[in-house]
Unconditional design. Structure first.
Length: 468
């Protein structure tokens, strides 16, 4: 294992060394890091009367959360600076200096407990945005829609297939991602998606937050704006393109209203004879006085029996949490994307299911081979993505520790060695957790669907500890 990690580190350094002169100098992002606050008495004075230097040194000291004990806890940790840091370049060193200026002071003779706390702090600085086991399990479940092994009628194919896209049209969708706005990227992705659906499938497009402005005075108007701009029917290109023109970024974000209206629009398509798939696309948290999670649960529990998938488009930590909660109560998938390509990729998952539905509808149900290739690819891609995250995280900490030791006299040699060992042990644990999950997912792909899904959910989606 260690040999493989060393080779990966060397390859990354070789590949990125040539890019060091172009390294991003974006503002470091360390969301939701905990900060140690000074304790003061009733008159606002520090009881111990520390010197100005002592006050300065204690202000904003980073205190990281405790180390996770399972993959779900790992995925719940707030992400820090997730880009690669090259301490061999001047720009890279500037970024590291800024990121680490508030780490705890271990220049003296720290105890092992203090060093452990330091490691938690520096880990929080470079914490990656890991994806939990629940996300990949839900995605594999979605790809298995229509399988004869699934007993849940919600995941069985019906005579009709309806796909509704609920699109955020709030003002922030006018923000640019590269050369296009989020709305332009979303429109392009949605158009490609619906155009590729089978002719027999129905599609609907609902937008929300498209009236008013982002001004406080327009909140009431905007929070009441939801419109089914393309009624649920077969795709007709000219009509759909004309409908898309109404999707213009404008106001606030009434996610709860949109889900409530979607339930009304789908009311005629009962789950007994319809496979209903809903995609909610949003670039942020609901900004209206509604209950998006509760409304999503109501939609899920209705006789429409929809499968609800959620896509976050460059959403911050708070927004991701709410969208994840919506996906959780509807037992759907949540995926976070940052560009049009990512959005197209997620919508394409529904196209794969639609292709299976078309095959099933063509009276091939008895002989339909629900190919496992899609699941194998999902598992491989997921594992590779998570593996890359822990490599970047581990390497960032390793290089930063060496840089601080050699150039800042910030720690003794003994402290440096202790922390490097801690870093290695922790990330070996992360790798082992994901390797175990991959093996279990592959087993699920080979065995009885219902039983293995149940085993996976019991193993990974509970609070069972597996301490590093």
């Amino acid at each position: 294992m260690h040999k493989r990690i060393s080779i990966l580190f060397i390859l990354i350094l070789i590949l990125l060394a040539g890019c060091s002169s172009n390294e991003s100098t974006n503002e470091p992002m360390m969301e939701e890091q905990q900060v140690a606050e000074e304790t003061v008495n009733g008159d606002g004075q520090n009881p111990a009367e520390p010197t100005n230097d002592e006050v300065k040194n204690n202000e904003n000291v980073i205190v990281g959360p405790s180390l996770p004990t399972n993959l779900e806890e790992l995925a719940d940790l707030p992400s820090g600076y997730i880009e690669y840091v090259n301490t061999a370049s001047e720009d890279g060193r500037k970024i590291v200096d800024e990121l680490t200026e508030n780490l705890p002071d271990i220049s003296g003779n720290p105890t092992n407990e203090e060093l452990d706390q330091y490691f938690e702090a520096i880990l929080s600085v470079f914490q990656q945005d890991y994806t939990g086991a629940g996300d990949i399990i839900d995605k594999v479940k979605f790809q298995s829609i229509g399988s004869p092994e699934i007993e849940d009628s919600r995941y069985q194919f019906k005579e009709n297939l309806n796909v509704m896209v609920i699109l955020d049209a709030s003002g922030s969708m006018a923000n640019y991602e590269g050369n296009v706005t989020r709305m332009e990227a979303a429109k392009n992705a949605i158009h490609k998606f619906v155009k590729a659906l089978p002719n027999e499938a129905n599609v609907g497009l609902l937008i929300y937050g498209h009236e008013g402005t982002g001004e406080v005075g327009d909140q009431a108007l905007s929070c009441k704006s939801s419109e089914l701009i393309y009624p649920i029917s077969q795709y007709e290109e000219a009509s759909f393109n004309e409908a898309l023109k109404k999707a213009t970024p404008a106001g606030w974000t009434p996610i709860g209203l949109a889900l409530k209206e979607a339930q009304k629009d789908l009311a005629a398509f009962k789950g007994e004879t319809n496979t209903n798939i809903v995609y909610l696309v949003s670039d942020g948290i609901s900004t209206c006085e509604d209950d998006p999670v509760g409304t999503a649960k109501s939609l899920y529990d209705s006789d429409i029996t929809p499968i609800v998938n959620v896509i976050g488009f460059n959403v911050d930590q708070e927004g991701q949490k709410q969208l994840q909660d919506i996906a959780a109560v509807t037992e759907g998938t949540f995926q976070h994307v940052t560009d049009a390509q990512g959005l197209e990729k997620q919508l394409n998952e529904a196209n794969k299911v639609a292709g299976k539905w078309k095959q099933w509808k063509s009276s091939q149900a008895d002989n339909l081979a629900f190919n496992k290739v899609d699941n194998w690819l999902e598992i491989f891609t997921y594992h590779g993505g998570e593996f890359g995250k822990w490599v970047v995280e581990s390497l960032a900490i390793e290089l930063t520790l060496t840089y601080l030791y050699q150039h800042h006299d910030a720690m003794s040699e003994e402290s440096h060695d202790y922390l490097q060992k801690k870093n290695s042990e922790y990330h070996n644990w992360v790798e082992e957790q994901y390797d175990r999950l991959r093996a279990d997912l592959e087993a699920m792909n080979e065995m009885n669907y219902e039983e293995t899904v149940k085993q996976l959910e019991e193993k990974y989606l509970t609070n069972t500890s597996n301490t590093p």
